[in-house]
Design a protein around this ligand. Sequence first.
Ligand SMILES: *Cc1c(COP(=O)(O)O)cnc(C)c1O
Length: 401
Amino acid sequence: MNATPETDTVDVLAARADTPAAEHGVFLDSAGSSLPPQRVVETVVGHLRREAEVGGYRAARERSEDLAAVRTSVETLIGAPTGTVALSDSATRAWCDFFYAVPLSPGDRILVSTVEYATNAIAALQRARATGAVVDTIPVDPSGRIDLEALERMMDDRVALVSLVHAPTNGGLLNPVREIVDLAHRHGALVLLDACQSVGQIALDVDELGVDALSGTGRKWLRGPRGTGFLHIAPSVLDTLEPRSLDLHSASWTGPDSYTVADDARRFETWEHDVAARLGLGAAVDLLLELGPSAVEAAVRARAERLRNALAEVRGIAVHDLGEHHTGIVTFTVEGVAPAAVKDALADRDVTVSVSPASSTLLDMTARGLDSLVRASPHYFLTLDQIDHAVDECRALTSQR
Ligand SMILES: *Cc1c(COP(=O)(O)O)cnc(C)c1O
């Protein structure tokens, strides 16, 4: 009854035992905010209790080694050298911290992709207005991936930064990274990778990717707490960028008229942070390291493929995922039923999905004439029976009409 793919090397039964809610309904929203494992919940709640007993300062001091280890765990996960990860309170904050630190002059160009996340696009437009820089969109090929030849034609020495979304929020696309990085670097441009939807479900290594910076979030595929995120900055650019805001942790006040900026990624952190959440993020990353990022990637892919393929077979359901290489995100529409109504109807049957509105990825959704999509994102803690059950519930929505 609880079938799992033969290809699984993750111990799914153990993962389910560690995720009590995995039994209650079919949870298909790890791209939104996943179900945390017990150890994350206990870490966070336990620390809050300790703060109530001895105060926040002493509670943090008791966990100082564990807190320092969180950065190291994230660095291990993404193959980053020591001192190149800053912990943050969201991926948005992390992304913006880097982006707003990149110097821009009138006429400089910022390249974004068609699947750019709304936050990134808004930030780019804001900075273009303030600095006289221009924002240009990189075309996609017929499969929906970034068109490398088109990118090559549009590159010039005015391109200051290429913003790349590894896996978009509104579909199963996985963008190529390395070729784009090499192209951008040949023209002296920086590459900032939004890895929110890839970290935790795709095994990745910043050295292989070659990016100048990468942002990630805790609450999605990493199964960490909300209000956590991180920024990796490559050593080659770290000390060339000064954050737009500093504090007494990212910098030191050295005299009445002087300060020095931290010489590692801590220059992008703030002193104050949610200690419980940060410890919870560490617990989530350590669990992933124990399971093995490649094993998790294979497990997610097997579940998403089964879901995508089965939905594509249902008359009245259209799958909308772009690209040839797919992630754990499956997007679809049900003919004649608005995505929000599909989500609500599925919720009534204990199947949790979310809706991707056009406003999150405006360029791509507008180009494809889409208002919104149903998004289903299965993690490794689902059984195949649960996937099949979700497909049955979706099928029932088509024949109900
Ligand atoms: C969710 C998401 C973000 C933002 O992450 P936060 O942790 O909410 O700041 C950025 N980019 C993409 C592609 C996302 O899916």
